[in-house]
Design a protein around this ligand. Structure first.
Ligand SMILES: NC(=O)c1ccc[n+]([C@@H]2O[C@H](COP(=O)([O-])OP(=O)(O)OC[C@H]3O[C@@H](n4cnc5c(N)ncnc54)[C@H](OP(=O)(O)O)[C@@H]3O)[C@@H](O)[C@H]2O)c1
Length: 501
């Protein structure tokens, strides 16, 4: 039997439910999804494009872990996405006119808030670190396969800057450089995010480490264990007469031939990256990457590039090194989330000493502020002209010489009806010029490569006009032009039938 009070409560609850539920005939609206704050950007540009927005809080799936983020880091990777630089990457990865994904950030550290039902290695309250796209947010979900326990002796700020720089340094030295105990290793850019990890890991691997940095950072690099320091403001590491078994290049400011000159005969050069906000805004490191690939087959030294591979084994390896005190992340500055724009401005200057951390305080972030950090000015070309140029230039390079050749050929036939047409000879002459300029730019050989290329292509073009089929094939291939490859493949048999060799 219900008491009077129980009946009153039941009536009150039923009335309240009726009032808050939908009117008859309407479906009840689902409860609002929980929200969180995240840094987002909807347009490319300098740090002002960053906004703090409320978005849906993620829910972990069965094998995922929900992490409450305590600290994140700023990597050059982040400003590449934010600024949409290099422009060519907008077409290839970032999004042609606007960022495809509005979220930023990768490295993080935090505490486990909840786990999916298949998760076995983590429980709520665990302190963890790792990396996940869109990490600049109050919460993130991540597969337990990519998450690692934070060593107790490392702060959230330190653990939150490890993933990209730490993995890059480790894999660059161990996997690409194959560093052996006693080998001489040079780290160009030893005082930056990757460099400060590389010096410590290089020492752990038993190498003799030389760090290249400016004088103001020499003491820092020595304190991390470097056996020698080259102050690049006073000395050029390519002119010291020293030879190295492995070069880890975080700056990319020396030509490949200069780097080769200080490598041992079987030495390894590992290009990590380089370039600031205003360097090679159109193509970024693509030129250096192509040069490295072109050099590779012709020399005994190994020229390599790398992109860090995210895996739990290597993150655990780094965690163990930190636990044992062999590696300590160097955090130059720590900013609150509200000053993240300033934090990026600082990283964009290219002068950070070690890593830059951003912390998320309890209770979430407040509005974003602009502080006093030095602003790195960049040219401001709108996204539409950038996209049009990126489409028009390759199209012109591919189709332009063909059109010019067709016009020249038609004129030649009109003026010389009794002579045999020059056909694609005109095309290859135009391509001689285009290829010469392209190769000169790519190989950094300047005028020499223009001359070599003009002579080479010129000779082939002359042999071609003599109806030499091998010249036709060689020039077609060396045109580096897929459109010419297709056209010539289609007409090859027909032309050969017309003009037997
Ligand atoms: N391939 C990959 O997977 C991968 C991963 C991570 C990073 N990266 C790339 O690697 C590069 C380095 O990254 P990071 O995080 O180390 O950058 P960072 O932290 O911004 O590097 C800043 C450091 O570079 C030093 N530096 C600047 N000019 C120098 C020069 N001429 N010689 C020697 N040192 C110089 C600065 O020292 P001073 O102030 O003393 O000049 C500063 O300490 C970036 O381009 C980044 O995009 C690639």
């Amino acid at each position: 039997m219900k008491t009077y009070l129980q009946r009153r409560i039941a009536t009150f609850t039923a009335t309240a439910l009726l009032l808050t539920s939908a009117a008859p005939g309407q479906t009840p609206s689902p409860p609002a999804a929980p929200k969180m704050k995240a840094i987002v950007y909807h347009n490319y540009g300098s740090p002002e494009v960053l906004q703090l927005e409320e978005i849906e809080k993620p829910v972990p799936s069965d094998n995922q872990v929900l992490v409450k983020v305590r600290a994140v880091s700023i990597n050059p990777y982040d400003w590449h996405f934010m600024e949409g630089i290099p422009y060519i990457a907008r077409l290839l990865a970032f999004g042609p006119l606007k960022p495809t994904s509005p979220r930023l950030g990768v490295d993080f550290a935090g505490t486990v808030e909840a786990v999916g039902k298949s998760v076995t290695q983590f429980k709520p309250g665990d302190e963890v670190f790792g990396g996940k796209g869109g990490a600049w947010a109050e919460y993130l979900v991540i597969s337990e396969k990519f998450l690692v326990m934070k060593p107790a002796n490392i702060s959230f700020e330190q653990a939150g800057v490890v993933q990209i720089a730490g993995l890059t340094a480790l894999q660059g030295l161990r996997d690409k450089g194959k560093v052996q105990p006693g080998q001489k290793v040079l780290i160009n850019g030893a005082s930056g995010g990757v460099g400060t990890f590389a010096v410590q890991i290089g020492k752990h691997l038993g190498a003799h480490v030389t760090g290249v940095c400016s004088g103001r950072n020499a003491e820092l690099v020595r304190s991390l264990g470097a056996d020698q320091v080259v102050d690049y403001t006073k000395e050029d590491f390519t002119k010291t007469g020293q030879r190295y078994d492995v070069i880890i290049d975080n700056v990319g400011n020396r030509s490949l031939s200069e780097c080769r000159s200080v490598l041992t005969p079987n030495g390894k050069y590992v290009l990590i990256g380089g370039g600031g906000v205003n360097d090679n805004r159109w193509t970024g490191p693509i030129g250096v990457v192509i040069k490295t690939l072109l050099w590779r087959p012709f020399i005994s030294q190994e020229m390599k590039m790398m992109v860090a591979d995210v895996n739990k084994d290597d993150l655990t390896f780094l965690a163990d090194l930190m636990q044992s005190g062999k590696v300590t992340p160097v955090v130059d500055k720590t900013y609150p989330l509200s000053e993240i724009r300033d934090a990026i401005r600082y990283v964009e200057t290219g002068r950070a000493r070690g890593k830059v951390a951003v912390t998320l305080s309890e209770g979430g972030a407040i509005a974003l502020e602009d502080g006093v950090a030095q602003k790195v000015e960049g040219s401001t070309i709108g996204p539409v002209p950038v996209a049009l140029t990126l489409i028009a230039v390759p199209l012109f390079v591919l189709v332009g010489p063909i059109l010019i050749a067709l016009v020249l050929n038609r004129r030649f036939r009109r003026e010389n009806p009794d002579k045999r047409p020059f056909r694609w000879g005109y095309y290859f002459s135009v391509m001689t010029f285009v290829s010469a300029v392209g190769i000169a730019l790519l190989l950094d050989f300047g005028l020499t490569s223009v001359v070599i290329s003009v002579v080479l292509y010129g000779l082939l073009a002359w042999a071609f006009t003599q109806r030499k089929h091998w010249a036709w094939i060689a020039l077609t291939i060396l045109s580096f032009n897929p459109i010419a490859w297709i056209i010539n493949a289609i007409y090859l048999r027909k032309r050969w039938a017309e003009e037997p060799a």
